[in-house]
Design a protein around this ligand. Structure first.
Ligand code: QFH
Ligand code: ZN
Length: 268
């Protein structure tokens, strides 16, 4: 009788252990960690000329290995790829940055793609957005995307460094520089933000580009390609750190409209 009881309890214990492991794995998205977005400041702060932050690239790197943003003074476009940071200045020059450089706005994630989809016959940015959105399982979560490929045409912009008093982003973008590359190989890094979060990040797709030879890149205004594999990760968690500066404390962040963002970010 005693032996039987022991055998039964061993059996029950094993069953419990197996069950809890399975339940935990399911909660953890089949053993993978839930994708998490990390962001410093908000898009409407950038829109309102909040161009200085306290976040170093070194600190940003502790929250993710792939991302985008800008540098203090709105000094060009920032691309984070494979734990390295690159700046594309308004002359189109690309420079690798050190960890002590600061950003006023950046988005990053520990990228771990959960699926890869193929997009074909992409005519322009809008076509890209429409085609990629159909691949998302959850239209109200955020996504990180990474595309390494050869692009028939890609139009990038970079913004010129500003001095105080800072103008709004819609006042800066008429002075942006636009570079169009043909048949270029490189990586597109991007984030998808659902429209309801349009005060936080650019609604829809916000993408930056870096060529394989690390000589070209910027904030993407338009893109065209025959076929490319898009790596996707759903981001169901979001860490937002706000600048603890007097500028940020006193800014009116309610003035920005979605139309303003479209104008500044899409070049329309
Ligand atoms: O282009 C100003 C941060 C940035 O990439 C953006 C820069 O999209 O607002
Ligand atoms: Zn950008």
């Amino acid at each position: 009788m005693k032996k039987k009881l022991t055998a039964l309890s061993v059996y029950l214990l094993t069953a419990l252990l197996v069950f809890s492991t399975v339940a935990y794995a399911a909660a953890e998205n089949n053993g993978r960690d839930q994708g998490k977005l990390f962001q410093y400041s908000t898009i409407n702060a950038v829109m309102q000329g909040q161009y200085d932050g306290e976040m170093t690239l070194k600190e940003l790197n502790t929250h993710g290995d792939m991302g985008l943003g800008t540098l203090n003074g709105l000094d060009g476009e920032l691309i984070q790829l494979d734990n390295k940071f690159y700046q594309v200045n308004s002359k189109g020059q690309v420079k690798e940055l050190k960890g002590n450089v600061k950003t006023p706005f950046a988005v990053t994630t520990k990228f771990d793609a959960e699926k890869t989809v193929t997009l074909s016959n992409v005519k322009d940015f809008q076509d890209f957005s429409e085609k990629l959105k159909t691949k998302f399982d959850n239209k109200n979560h955020f996504y990180a995307i990474k595309i390494h490929g050869k692009f028939d045409s890609i139009k990038n912009r970079s913004v010129p460094k500003q001095t105080r008093p800072y103008p709004s982003l819609t006042e800066v973008t008429p002075h942006q520089t636009v570079f169009e590359e043909k048949n270029v190989e490189g990586t597109i890094i991007g984030f998808y933000t659902p429209n309801y979060a349009s005060t936080i990040q650019v609604p829809g797709f916000h993408m930056h580009f870096l060529s394989d030879d690390k000589k070209k890149g910027g904030h993407i205004l338009d893109v065209k390609f025959d076929s490319a594999k898009v790596e996707i990760q759903q981001l169901s968690e979001f860490d937002l750190v706000l600048p603890d500066t007097a500028d940020f404390a006193n800014a009116d962040l309610t003035k920005t409209t979605v139309e303003d963002i479209e104008e500044a970010e899409r070049g329309k």
